[in-house]
Write a protein that binds this ligand. Structure first.
Ligand code: ADP
Ligand code: MG
Length: 275
């Protein structure tokens, strides 16, 4: 893999929900080292784009490739296995697990040392009702005890990178909102992605926290050699860190370019004024 290879590529991707064209002819390439923004007014199709890229939804038309592999028809954990990780607009942590265990689950699910047989976990997991049980299911898979020390070390490092070491043993649901958002990123990183998709990672944070997070995202890109795609409703925020910005409106890509170009684009201004 060279830095020129597309790690994530969407070609002509469209999805409809009944009569609604939520995403139309969406094209995007993410390479290692990229830090890209995806913006647009509410309902523009940003989260839908993530859902199609990560296998949560299947595109009505078009093709998605991850690490060169066509992933149409794949389910999210299979796509994650190829190196694509994400966070959600609505936080989806394992609420009853500690911060450390949230990240350990992710490291275990995708650990480079001894990749767990995810199918095995999923089979046990579907019979179980909540995430605490899901974690127990993980404990039952072969090799866990042997690996636990190393998993703990990896997870502790990710908590430290995300500024969450002091929350190591607290249940995720008890963390302040901004820290829950950072924990979601730590968990996504636990799966060792090559491309990281962040859906409004700064939502609900104050101005200071938002600015700090944007700097941190750029650091993550460098430290983990990632390609990063960030959804953000606030144009100013992404403009500070992203090299290229794609603008969606009503599912259509209405602009793409450097922040300065996009900011002065008439269509973009109109879309945001109408918001
Ligand atoms: P954004 O993230 O840009 O705010 P979304 O991608 O969440 O926008 O939504 C785009 C459009 O698709 C909205 O009109 C939304 O209501 C619709 N939509 C998203 N998911 C679904 C779904 N599962 N079923 C029906 N409509 C959906
Ligand atoms: Mg959204």
């Amino acid at each position: 893999v060279t830095s020129q290879d597309a790690m994530l590529q969407a070609s002509g991707v469209s999805i409809r929900f009944g009569g609604l064209k939520a995403l139309t002819d969406f094209n995007l390439t993410v390479r290692q080292g990229d830090l890209l923004g995806l913006i647009g007014p509410n309902g523009a199709g940003k989260s839908t784009a993530f859902n199609v890229l990560t296998g949560v939804y299947q595109p009505t038309e078009g093709e998605v490739r991850v690490a060169g592999q066509k992933v149409n028809g794949w389910v999210p954990h299979q796509i994650n296995h190829l190196g694509l990780a994400r966070t959600f607009q609505n936080i989806r942590l394992f609420r009853a697990l500690t911060a450390l265990d949230n990240v350990k689950v992710a490291c275990r699910a995708q650990g480079a040392l001894h990749p767990v047989k995810l199918g095995q976990v999923a089979k046990v997991g579907t019979a179980l009702r909540n995430y605490r049980d899901w974690w127990r299911a993980l404990l039952l898979t072969p090799g866990f005890q042997r690996e636990e020390h190393e998993l703990t070390r990896q997870a502790e490092h990710l908590l430290e990178v995300m500024g969450l070491s002091h929350r190591r043993d607290e249940e995720a649901k008890n963390l302040p909102y901004g820290e829950q958002r950072r924990l979601e990123i730590a968990r996504a990183l636990g799966t060792r992605p090559k491309v990281l998709l962040l859906d409004e990672p700064a939502a609900g944070m104050n101005t200071r926290e938002k600015a700090d997070l944007m700097v941190l995202i750029r650091r993550l890109r460098d430290e983990f050699s990632l390609g990063v795609l960030v959804i953000e409703h606030d144009m100013k925020l992404v403009m500070g860190i992203c090299e290229t910005i794609t603008v969606l409106d009503h599912g259509e890509t209405i602009a793409r370019g450097a922040p300065a170009e996009v900011r002065s684009d008439r269509k973009v201004i109109e879309a945001y004024l109408g918001d």
